[in-house]
Design a protein around this ligand. Sequence first.
Ligand code: ADP
Ligand code: TRP
Length: 333
Amino acid sequence: MNKPTVVSGIRPTGYLHLGNYFGAVKNFVKMQYDFNCFYFIADIHSLTTHPTPGNLQAGVKQVLAEYLACGIDPEVATIFIQSDVPEVTELYTILNMNAYLGELERTTSFKDKARQQPDNVNAGLLTYPVLMAADIIIHKAHFVPVGKDQEQNLEMVRKFAKRFNRMYKKNVFPIPRPFTFDGADMLKVPGLDGSGKMGKSEGNAISLFDDPKEIRKKVMRAVTDAGPTEMNAEKPEAIQNLFTLLDIVSKPDTVAHFDGLYNKCEIRYGDLKKQLAEDIISYTSPIREKIVSILEDDAYLAKVAKMGAEKARESASKTLNEVKKVVGFNSLF
Ligand code: ADP
Ligand code: TRP
């Protein structure tokens, strides 16, 4: 019964969108039977952007319901809320002593956030990858299913785990690796605004919770151009993004059909968008219905969170005790 261990988390900062689903949660569901999985809601991480207590609570409840609606089985995988496991923050403190200002300042996600919120460049933002390391290595994880945007953070996590092992001359932590199925590339789901990734705060996302009307409206408004002017032309980014989305949610025949029309300069973006919207809807509608019904059941949500917290704490405290001994906290008195 020695399954490899998997850890991943999502910040409760808004409704889960297609990027979160296809970049992360879909793999969470697929992995749950073959791995020893810990999936959590990163509420401590989300404090870096200063949510109100009300927003934070609502966000945590939403992601919990969304995890369950997407098909994570709380009897199989461990689903928990990060702040319910204080051992994580204790390990974070210890790891912070071996994380250096220069390397933290150079992290792209830190630089991006510092640019986005210049009035709130707090220490939590700087040490974000250290907390992420604590999340992952406290369960001695081998694999971390995340989207492409987390690649660099994960590289930092690997560095901190290696550094700890080296510093104390003990292989306490396995070195975690990003996970995708069949060696596929890490996924970056594009947004609808012509460039970049789909993100909760980018205002370019389709969420699992959007109703069909909303989805049609958002897709029809997606950025396009005047259309190709020569046969077999390379697709500009905004158009490639629509095709990437089509690739993710539609049948291969559908993608080939529109690709053919594009190459012949006969494409009508309106038709492509209509098809894309319907294919997204058939993916998200059953999930949305489940989210709605799970959100009504507070008792069930509380039970899942409590059960997950107990399992996660058991695993985390085992590692933390080992770490404390290794660093020399094993009290003599
Ligand atoms: P967001 O970036 O929307 O705020 P999070 O940072 O909480 O979402 O991301 C949670 C998970 O979803 C991570 O594994 C992240 O890599 C993945 N993810 C987020 N956006 C995308 C995207 N556009 N494409 C692929 N994966 C994504
Ligand atoms: N940093 C991740 C994000 O922004 C969320 C996260 C926090 C995470 N801790 C983690 C993901 C541990 C995987 C493993 O998306």
